[in-house]
Design a protein around this ligand. Structure first.
Ligand code: MEV
Length: 323
């Protein structure tokens, strides 16, 4: 074993959340920032896992599980010894830290797991393909989400825009030649994806004739949006985002706080705006026509009470910044 580091992006679902759980496509992009980082340091004594943001140190082969947040990392270590070579119980320390707010739709669970997996594999000379990493992170995702579609682990481990369709190999979506300017804002309200997803499932079970067409229409926005995204057609993508938001409201996953931010973004000139991720709090995304409007929309979102607001420039390269 040797010291090593690993990192993973956050993710943003541009179109198709919830419908993706029912086999329809979703369009998702990785964001280089915020992100998760992990490091393996060699040390004398028992192996340790430190979750820096939670101020938690866990001794994996000795301690029971003291905190809920440790469970995904315990599952990760179980992959070693079953699917991957066994880890020594002494001589190393894994540190994990993340700038991704938890429970806000940016994929913090999948990202921290992917960063930790990457550091552990590098430290042990194990080469995993992005697809293999994604499959293992998907297993860990089940702890957070119960029945995840797999979109989060896929876009985070492949680290490329994808049109994700459960059960099929993900289609990589070409990055636009003309950059798109997307503003992301967090309501500051935390959700539990598992609860929001089960709420939709319960409503759909009661009224499939109402929910199935809405869910299918959400999937269609994603399929059309992938093409608009690659061509860098902001007006087209913006319209699809607005349409998708209307449908998400109809399936009951929006919230007054999200709608306040969405209205503020539209009022400041966004071409389209919608919640992103599970909804009922968490993040929203707005599409700006140009960088100046993106800065104005970001300010409007901060004024409207966003806990966090940042601009992502998405072209052949991608860059996210708070100002
Ligand atoms: C969560 O990031 C997206 C949802 O569609 C759930 C899933 O795909 O597993 C709400």
């Amino acid at each position: 074993m040797e010291s090593a580091t690993g990192a993973a992006p956050s993710k943003l679902i541009l179109l198709g959340e919830h419908a993706v759980v029912y086999g329809h496509p979703a369009l998702a992009v990785p964001l280089s920032s915020p992100s998760a980082h992990a490091g393996i340091a060699l040390q004398a004594g028992k192996a340790q896992v430190e979750l820096v943001d939670f101020d938690i140190v866990w001794t994996p082969f000795t301690d029971g599980m003291t905190a809920e947040v440790i469970r995904p990392f315990a599952r990760l270590l179980r992959h070693f010894g079953s699917e991957l070579p066994e880890l020594p119980d002494r001589g190393w320390r894994l540190e994990v830290r993340s700038t991704i707010p938890i429970g806000c739709g940016l994929g913090s669970g999948a990202s921290t797991a992917a960063a930790a997996l990457s550091a552990l594999c590098r430290a042990n000379g194990i080469g995993l393909s992005p697809e293999e990493s994604s499959r293992l992170v998907f297993e860990i995702e089940k702890i957070h989400h119960g029945t995840p579609s797999g979109v989060d682990n896929t876009v985070i481990c492949l680290n490329t825009p994808v049109l994700f369709h459960k059960g099929s190999p993900p289609l990589q979506v070409a990055r636009p030649k003309v950059p798109l300017h997307i503003v992301v804002a967090d309501t500051g309200i935390r959700h539990k994806t598992i609860e929001v997803v089960s709420g939709v499932a319960a409503r759909r079970a009661r009224e499939p004739q109402v929910y199935d067409p809405l869910i299918a229409a959400i999937g269609e926005t994603a399929a059309q949006g992938a093409d608009a995204f690659s061509r860098g057609s902001a007006p087209e993508l913006g319209k699809l985002m607005d349409k998708n938001q209307g449908l998400l409201e109809m399936i009951g996953v929006s919230s007054p706080e999200l709608e306040k931010l969405i209205a503020a973004a539209r009022g400041a000139g966004a071409l389209g705006a919608k919640l992103s991720g599970a909804g009922m709090g968490g993040c929203m995304a707005a599409l700006a026509p140009d960088p100046e409007s993106a800065a104005r929309i970001r300010e409007a979102l901060a004024k409207a009470g966003a806990a966090l607001a940042f601009v992502c420039m998405m072209g052949e390269e991608e860059r996210c910044a708070r100002s």
